[in-house]
Design a protein around this ligand. Structure first.
Ligand code: SF4
Ligand code: SF4
Length: 160
């Protein structure tokens, strides 16, 4: 991944993708829908919804939170939800940013495809194995898979 400098650059690139998503939503609010932050869709089991994420998004989350703060998903709910609130709002995943009630599904799908294309390109550029995984599996595999395969300590991991 290119050592600490590689991590830093990868995190910056993910931030840029998230900024692109937010800008796209602002340009086209009618298609973006309106999230009232009710938290319903973060309870995946109850909402019958799944969230898929990629390794760069978890590297970003780990870098911003510290790897020791990564949580496992132990039930059907996102582990970062507390009550109705998202405790990682600024670090939330691409899918969380793109999905909004009342939005245009085709536009959301287009934005999602573009975000994934960019995230996949980052994996290729930084030598991170690409995965598109359900959040529970991605969190379970992150430290042993993504970090060790890149022969790097996780950002914020005291062991490194
Ligand atoms: S996208 Fe919809 S269900 Fe999800 S938190 Fe926002 S308003 Fe609630
Ligand atoms: S990261 Fe936040 S917005 Fe995304 S599913 Fe979890 S609690 Fe919801």
């Amino acid at each position: 991944m290119g050592g600490p400098e590689g991590f830093r650059r990868l995190v910056e690139e993910v931030a840029a993708i998230y900024e692109w998503i937010e800008a796209r939503k602002q340009q086209d609010p009618a298609r973006a829908g309106r999230c009232q932050a009710c938290g319903a869709c973060c309870d995946f089991a109850a909402y019958e919804h799944r969230l898929f994420v990629t390794p760069p998004e978890l590297v970003f989350l780990a870098a911003r939170l510290g790897a020791r703060e990564l949580r496992q998903m132990t039930d059907g709910r996102c582990p970062y939800q507390q009550g109705a609130a998202c405790t990682v709002h600024e670090q939330r995943f691409a899918g969380c940013r793109i999905f909004g009630c009342g939005g245009n599904p085709e536009s959301q799908s287009e934005w999602s495809e573009e975000a994934l294309r960019r995230l996949k390109a980052l994996c290729e550029e930084f030598g991170v194995p690409y995965r598109y995984q359900d959040l529970a599996a991605a969190l379970a595999e992150f430290r042993t898979d993504t970090c060790r395969s890149a022969a790097e300590p996780c950002p914020g991991d005291g062991a490194g």
